[in-house]
Every structure is written in structure tokens, then in C-alpha cells.
Write a protein that binds this ligand. Structure first.
Ligand code: GDP
Length: 210
């Protein structure tokens, strides 16, 4: 049984060591077990680590090339939100993360309809945390575990419909099988952020693979 300590991500440049002054902050939210940590690890290291030390409060960072600019990205993984008798649970950490973030990734698993049902409430949490509608950060909706077709519980059409109703970008991805879709989704979000908050002109810097 491979237990991969997440601290290996420290091999990658930390945002605090960055040569760039620009930091894009992303919060990843969703139900438990939908693959939030797996997606963050996949995006930051290109690897799928199926069995890793669970530590959902982690903040990870690295530098990437974004359309020719060197930017630092910080990704806040969060504990899974669940519904209990009083509504959503575990929301304090999630709310703080959303308030801190410039952009939000909402995740559900195509194998878990309850995680899909949570998304509208999570979107409401993002709206509430940012006050006015004009302050709502860019949001991307990820339908994860697309490789598990035989146990799919959320129809392929449902995700795009919900994303369109909520005004989010949508990607169906598999953290375990497909790096390029995960990379494409996170980069799309970063591009949206960069559009909203133009990057300062940068001096030329060493390229770090993205
Ligand atoms: P979190 O609680 O949302 O952070 O979920 P995790 O990242 O801990 O993932 C929960 C479980 O789902 C782990 O056993 C992962 O290996 C597995 N998992 C995550 N993403 C995928 C995926 O895309 N495909 C498959 N088959 N398993 C995945």
C-alpha cells in the first residue's frame, strides 16, 4: 500500500519563493470523497496518487507559465461538506477559504448524486461569502471520476445544465486517468482571473514547467 506524503509537493517551487509578485488564489470545495485532493495533486504534480495522506486543510503552491507570464498559484484544499439536519456541515473552513480565494473550483463526483445535489448550496455559500453578485469570483464546476462509467450516477447532461444555470465553466474530468483535462480546467480558471485582474508586466524569468 503506497502512502504518499503530500509534503513531496514541496519539491515544486512554493509561491513564497516566487520571483513573481502575482499570486492567484484558488479554493477547491465539494462533498467528501469526490476527489478534491486528487485533483489538486494532479494539477500541481501531474501525478495521480490514489492513496495518499489525507489532510484536506492543506494549502499548496507553485509557479506556472500562464500565456507567457510567470504566476504563482496557491490552491486551498478544503474538508468535504456534507448535509446534516441543520443544513451544510463543515462550512466554517470552507467559507474562510472562499473569502480568501480569488477563484473557486466546485467539485462533484459523477458516481455520487448527493455530491451533485450539494453544488447549488455550495454556489450559494460562495455568493453569500462574497456579498454582492458583482463580487462573485470566477467559478469552475468539475465533474470528477469520469473514468468510472460503469458506476455513473449523474447523467452527462446534468453537469453542463447546472453550470450554465449557475454561470460557471464546466469540465468533466478524471483525476486518475486524464491530466490534460484537469490542467485545462485549472488553467481556464487562471486565465479568467488574469483577465479580471491584469498581471503587472513581468521581467523575464526562468521557465518552470506547467
Ligand atoms: P476528497 O475527499 O474530495 O479530497 O477526495 P480524495 O481526493 O481523497 O479522493 C477520494 C477517493 O477517490 C480516493 O480513493 C481517490 O483515489 C479516488 N479518486 C479521486 N479522483 C478519482 C478519479 O478521477 N477516478 C477514480 N477512479 N478515483 C478517484
Amino acid at each position: 500500500r503506497l502512502v504518499q506524503n503530500m509534503s513531496t509537493i514541496a519539491e515544486y517551487p512554493a509561491a513564497s519563493d516566487c520571483t513573481t509578485s502575482r499570486v492567484l488564489k484558488i479554493a477547491v470545495i465539494g462533498g467528501s470523497g469526490v476527489g478534491k485532493t486528487a485533483l489538486v495533486v494532479r494539477f500541481l504534480t501531474k501525478r495521480f496518487i490514489g492513496d495518499y495522506e489525507r489532510n484536506a486543510g492543506n494549502l499548496y503552491s507553485r509557479e506556472v507559465q500562464l500565456d507567457g507570464d510567470q504566476v504563482a498559484i496557491q490552491v486551498q484544499d478544503t474538508p468535504g461538506v456534507q448535509v446534516n439536519a441543520n443544513g451544510l456541515s463543515c462550512t466554517d473552513h470552507v467559507t474562510r477559504s472562499i473569502q480568501w480565494a480569488d477563484a473557486v473550483v466546485m467539485v462533484y463526483s459523477v458516481t455520487d448524486h448527493r455530491s451533485f445535489d450539494l453544488i447549488s448550496q455550495l454556489h450559494q455559500l460562495v455568493s453569500n461569502a462574497h456579498g454582492e453578485r458583482s463580487n462573485i469570483p470566477p467559478i469552475i464546476l468539475l465533474a470528477n471520476k469520469a473514468d468510472l462509467l460503469h458506476v455513473r450516477r449523474v447523467d452527462a447532461q446534468q453537469g453542463p445544465l447546472l453550470a450554465s444555470a449557475l454561470g460557471c465553466f464546466f469540465y468533466e474530468v478524471s483525476a486518475s486517468e486524464d491530466y490534460s483535462q484537469v490542467h485545462g480546467a485549472f488553467h481556464r480558471l487562471c486565465r479568467e482571473l488574469a483577465k479580471q485582474q491584469p498581471l503587472p508586466s513581468q521581467p523575464s524569468v526562468t521557465t518552470v514547467g506547467s
